[in-house]
Ligand binder design. Sequence first.
Ligand code: CTP
Length: 215
Amino acid sequence: MKVLVTAGPTREAIDPVRFISNRSSGKMGYAVAEAARDAGHAVRLISGPVALAAPEGVALVRVTTAAEMLAAVKQHVRGCDVLVMAAAVSDWRPKKIAALKLKKSDGPPRIAWEATPDILKTIAPLKKNAQVFCGFAAETDRVAAEAKRKRREKNLDAIAANDVSKKGRGFESDRNALTIFLATGRAVRVAPTTKKNCARILLGVLAGIEKKKKK
Ligand code: CTP
């Protein structure tokens, strides 16, 4: 299969020296890309700024902002069989990026915010029937209900929910636990394990969906 993966956070500039972002390390998305490569698939990884080494044997596209990630996803989504959006896209950005450094002496800045594009919602109309799109849901409460809502609203075949309020998994950790909600109503639970194992199991589930669709 041709597998397209997004990973890491995005960064939205405030001024030449500051940005808003989130705690995503990129580890889950990179694990998905590596697991797909190890399973023999052709993999392209669209990555926000992370401290991880470029995985060997994977086509890497580096981006910084949500707008850049959207453009890269739009460019590469057409030819893929499976899309896994593991990136933690910043939801907001300053309406205007200050051209000059905001000075401390001017006091706390009043920043006007706007929403970034929702990448999955934007590309949903481009989705072909045979393609499998999977999102992630980072939740701190009402995990199942929120993940299911996002799966429906973003027209996904599957969404991997992780509870990021739990210690020792999710953001920055090498471990995770997932509940993968499928469009069929089925849910696959992955008990706490390494992100590498989570990635392998998730890919197995997605390959199964892809196979059924191609029949
Ligand atoms: N996502 C996206 N574009 C955005 C924000 C999120 O494509 N601007 C994708 C993420 O990559 C993930 C899924 O949507 O696969 C869910 O992301 P999440 O941050 O959990 O949800 P949000 O849609 O941002 O909703 P909320 O902030 O209400 O939790």
